[in-house]
Design a binder for this molecule. Structure first.
Ligand code: CA
Length: 706
């Protein structure tokens, strides 16, 4: 652990910035439930919306209801009783990587996904495994995803469990036994780098699913499939197929006008990789769209333009897929500011009027409240430190960019970073407090058009880029946001920037997990800490709550991962324990949590082999390593989830080229890089690894390289 970096703000900042640049570079690198029945038995409070399900004790949908509020009406676990919370049961998810799924609980059965899109059904009271299904995702697909082999969950309706696989299939299983009912390929072309990590949503007999890949030049779209048989019903593309036509749809003709004639429309991004919500009364489906591809608009659409429908919230007719309205959060998106972050629908009293709103805190740092009937902007305020825009103009609905946003001719240190002020980790809205709870972060990112700087960026330039700005300390947060007054109610600082999604309940508590491995339960009104349960496993997934036989449970997946931001600070669980993925379920008067196995102390570094590489080859190897290897294997430190290449054995050194080019470890999730690297390149990378291993062997604390 590089303690010297922790004591050196510039150093740790530099490490984080470079790690994040590295992330950027990698980029180049039974249920027959009624759908709209209203549960009148539950008084949800003055900010209430009707629950779109009548399953009081279940967690039947991704966001519990179509409004995606992630608020449980259960209250047995509350401010007075939460101290008694303990472990009811746990389940081994057979994963060493990131777990991001929301479990679905219906009629006493929990349906949950693990890494590699594997699905399990468990008795939600006892944890007994009922069935499991593995879609056998080709492990080489790991090379086509930016941010780990994660999956955010299933959708369940009409006795079917539907989910997307990492390699782009949509699969429906029999909820009773896990047998396959139908399976379709949602991708237009399996050679392109599409992937699915998001959860489908089901409305009536339609299943909606998008995909990821905007980092890899794909063209974004969302599709609707028939729940009964998997037939494709419609597909809505989010960016035009051409700037001149013919166009896929009227929406694309409109969108094309916002791209310059010289646009590189070979994909162009805008993927619908996570967030959706549905309003049964308005019968509108809301989806969020991702970043542009490539990131800089200067090369993507050199003549300018807003580049619709990137970084937008879209309201679609769920029957036809026709666009009803759009709101673009970041016109001309050029900073990886996706608008795929979780959207929450609620009815809020704003200036004496009850407004049907849609709320989102997308990556760009502003919290938006929209009229969900029209898409009109009601308010927007920054929820973290933002320097790319001064504010959102309420007349135009557009951000007013500062000079710090433009990196066409000069590098810029931009807040929020490409990790977003807030990312996919779901928010929770409590109708009792009227507050929205979410985990957020202050961290910046150096955007540059000079590709070689991606490899060489360091503190020298960062200090100059910061200049007169007073930038915040890098930190994670839980924020309690008042969406009516658009202000922060309270916040809790968290050492690591990459933490979990959030649950709020009628019991007056907010529950969320942290990179430290803590499930924290705080007072929803004041933010005061009520209870911490250390699981020993970093948590990024959102907790849920459900009721069986009169007992309330809180469940959460523990397993840290996602993009390898390389921020080990505040990541004690990952440093101390094996990152063995576990489903943890808690109840009042439950038992103690047993901590995972302590990570084997790594011991002394093995003596690396002798290398004949020149200094130039080692430097070239360093650049290639950052570009192709660092995001998973770590730039300075190793990310403990994956092998520390500095510790390669002599045998692995011998096999290095066959691993990197030949793909002999594809079954382990290490794809072949034969498309990107030559034999000479792998020699250089190995020379850099040997160089690092030598230095690591000499120093107890490895210092950042110049
Ligand atoms: Ca992105």
């Amino acid at each position: 652990m590089p303690t010297s970096q922790q004591n050196d703000t510039a150093g740790s900042l530099r490490a984080v910035v470079i790690a994040m640049v590295c992330f950027a570079v990698l980029i180049s690198c039974t249920v027959n439930e009624p759908e709209v029945a209203i549960d009148t038995s539950v008084n949800i409070g003055e900010h209430s919306i009707p629950d779109s399900d009548n399953t009081f004790g279940d967690w039947p949908k991704h966001g519990r209801n179509h409004f995606e509020q992630r608020f449980s009406p259960l209250s047995a676990i509350n401010k007075n009783t939460v101290e008694r919370l303990g472990l009811a049961w746990e389940h081994n998810m057979a994963s060493l990587r990131g777990l991001e799924a929301t479990p679905i609980v219906i009629d006493g059965v929990m349906y949950v996904t693990s890494t590699w899109s594997r699905v399990s059904a468990l008795n939600a009271k006892t944890g007994k495994l009922l069935w499991a299904y593995d879609p056998q995702v080709p492990r080489a697909w790991a090379g086509k995803v930016c941010c780990d082999v994660v999956n955010r969950g299933v959708a369940v309706a009409a006795g079917k469990v539907v989910f997307g696989s990492l390699d782009g299939r949509l699969i429906a299983l029999n909820a009773n036994d896990g047998s396959v009912l139908w399976e379709v390929d949602t991708l237009p072309d399996r050679e392109q780098w599409y992937s699915i990590t998001g959860a489908p949503r089901i409305v009536g007999n339609r299943v909606f699913i998008g995909n990821g890949g905007a980092e890899y030049s794909v063209r974004g779209y969302v599709s609707a499939y028939d729940l009964n048989n998997g037939d494709l019903l419609w597909r809505f593309y989010t960016v035009p197929n051409s700037v001149d036509g013919p166009f896929d749809s009227a929406a694309m003709e409109t969108a094309a006008k916002t791209w310059s004639k010289s646009s590189a429309l070979d994909g162009a991004g805008g993927t619908v990789w996570d967030s959706m919500a549905y309003d049964p009364a308005l019968d509108l489906l809301y989806v969020g769209t991702g970043n542009g591809s490539p990131w800089p608009k200067y090369t993507r659409s050199p003549g300018g333009g807003d580049n619709l429908y990137l970084a937008s919230i879209l309201a679609l007719d769920p029957a036809s897929g026709e666009l009803v309205w759009h709101y673009q959060t970041t016109p001309g998106e050029t900073w990886d500011f996706t608008a795929t972050q979780h959207m929450v629908l609620a009815d809020l009293d704003i200036q004496g009027q009850t407004r049907k709103v849609l709320m989102q805190a997308p990556k760009n740092g502003f919290f938006y409240v929209l009229d969900r009937q029209t898409g009109g902007l009601l308010s927007a305020q920054n929820y973290v430190y933002v320097n790319w825009a001064s504010h959102i103009d309420m007349n135009t609905g557009r951000p007013v960019e500062t000079g710090l946003a433009d990196y066409e001719k000069q590098d810029r240190y931009v807040f929020p970073s490409a990790a977003g002020g807030h990312n996919w980790q779901p928010m929770s809205f409590s109708p009792d407090t009227g507050l929205v709870y979410f985990t957020a972060r202050d961290i910046g990112w150096v955007h540059s058009m000079a590709e070689d700087k991606w490899f060489t960026y360091g503190a020298d330039n960062l200090e100059a880029l910061i200049g007169e700005q007073s930038v915040p300390e890098t930190s994670g947060y839980l924020k309690a946001w008042n969406p009516v007054e658009q202000r922060l109610e309270w916040e809790i600082a968290i050492p690591n920037i990459w933490n979990g999604g959030v649950l709020s309940t009628r019991g007056g508590i907010v529950a969320f997990g942290t990179a430290m491995g803590d499930l924290q339960l705080v007072d929803a009104s004041s933010g005061s800490l009520l209870k911490t349960i250390n699981t020993g496993t970093g948590i990024i997934a959102p907790p849920i709550s459900y009721l069986i036989d009169g007992e309330q449970y809180i469940a959460v997946l523990a397993g840290w991962g996602g993009p390898a931001f390389n921020t080990l600070q505040g990541n004690e669980a990952l440093l101390e324990y094996e990152n063995r993925g576990r489903l943890m379920v808690f109840k009042l008067d439950g038992g103690p949590v047993s901590l995972p196995l302590t990570r084997e102390p790594p011991g002394a570094f093995p003596k690396p082999p002798v290398s004949s590489a020149s200094a130039e080859q080692i430097e070239r190897g360093r650049q290639l390593y950052v570009l192709h290897c660092g995001a998973c294997h770590g730039v300075y430190d190793s990310i403990p989830m994956l092998p520390d290449l500095r510790r390669m054995t002599e045998a692995t050194h011998q096999l290095f080229e066959r691993i990197v080019l030949g793909g002999i470890y594809e079954a382990k999730g290490m794809p072949s890089f034969a498309d990107a690297l030559s034999s000479e390149d792998t020699f250089a990378i190995r020379a850099h690894i040997i160089d690092r291993a030598r230095k690591a062997g000499r120093l107890t604390v490895e210092l950042p390289e110049p």
